[in-house]
Design a protein around this ligand. Structure first.
Ligand SMILES: [Zn+2]
Length: 304
């Protein structure tokens, strides 16, 4: 993805106690960052995973094996993407956890890594971290009753094939997903998108993205503050181009939860030394806390 210049005018002082010393290793009934960390390590062990590579196919098999283990129904959405490097076959993986309502909330991540010929890019944060967090959220959410149907969406081809991020060379999987949903007439039941990307940074700082829906930012930042993560979810807005944009353009309420203040972004150092299980825990806790409030807000909108 690409970031634009930060909007610095709205710097508010983060306040309140922070739970920085909360254990990331204790077993929990909710989001378990130990399991998520295993998912992250396993992906990194496949090596660089650009769209169309055998390593990405192995990563996809791993994702699907995790979904099978929790008996989550899933399907593959395969398509041919026209890229600057020619046609590349790409595959989104779409898992569904039925809820009381058929209306859907989508939790999404990309699982491809950016291709670099000059060095070995492992993508520990970009995008093993968000893929791991999404898998662990799938485990938690299949084990409980949900109001809305929840879709876990593992997107291929987020990264630009060329070095530079220039349209239309990016977000191939999300563009295809939205276009296919529009053609199938299924977009109307998609009520909100929660996109996770680059959530593994050891020094996690997440800022609200201005392309995201303000009400979703507000709920997520309130959850973070309530859980004691106000120094991680800081209130300085900035603007990100990422997999949520095709959804935003299709008028789906969307939020991108992303830490782009990551010096190792798109370098050989985006590795296990620069990510942490605790960062996955923070993001998992916040998403799980925010979900019922997002559902409540959506229900109110529907009843209006
Ligand atoms: Zn990237």
């Amino acid at each position: 993805m690409r970031r634009w210049l930060p909007i610095v005018a709205l710097l508010l002082v983060a306040c309140g106690a922070d739970a920085q010393n909360r254990s990331a290793t204790a077993p929990r009934a909710g989001f378990d960052s130990n399991r998520a960390w295993t998912d992250l390590e396993r992906q990194v062990a496949f090596g660089p995973r650009p769209a169309g590579s055998p390593a990405l196919a192995k990563c996809r098999e791993y994702i699907e094996a995790q979904l099978k283990a929790i008996k989550a129904a899933y399907r593959e959405q395969t398509f041919d993407a026209m890229t600057p490097a020619g046609t590349i076959r790409m595959t989104n993986v779409i898992a569904t956890i039925p809820g009381r309502r058929s209306d859907r909330l989508v939790i999404a991540t990309h699982y491809d890594t950016k291709r670099f010929a000059e060095f070995k890019f492992l993508g520990a944060s970009d995008a093993a971290s968000s893929t791991a967090a999404t898998l662990e959220l799938a485990r938690v959410l299949t084990a409980r009753a949900n109001e809305y149907t929840i879709e876990l969406l593992f997107l291929d081809g987020e990264e630009a094939v060329n070095t530079e991020w220039r349209d239309p060379d990016n977000t191939y999987g999300s563009k295809y997903y939205v276009q296919a949903a529009q053609q199938a007439g299924t977009l109307a039941s998609l009520k909100a998108l929660i996109l996770l990307d680059m959530v593994g940074d050891r020094d996690l700082d997440i800022r609200p993205d201005t392309n995201s829906a303000p009400w979703l930012n507000q709920i997520v930042w309130s959850s973070a503050a309530r859980l004691g993560y106000a120094s991680t979810f800081i209130p300085q807005p900035f603007t990100v181009e990422d997999d949520h944009l095709p959804f935003v353009e299709a008028r789906v309420a969307s939020i991108d939860i992303i830490d782009l203040d990551y010096p190792q972004w798109h370098t050989a150092q985006d590795d296990l030394d620069h990510v942490s299980a605790r960062s996955l825990q923070i993001v998992g806790d916040v998403v799980l806390d925010a979900l019922p409030q997002i559902e409540q807000q959506l229900s109110q909108n529907l009843n209006r």
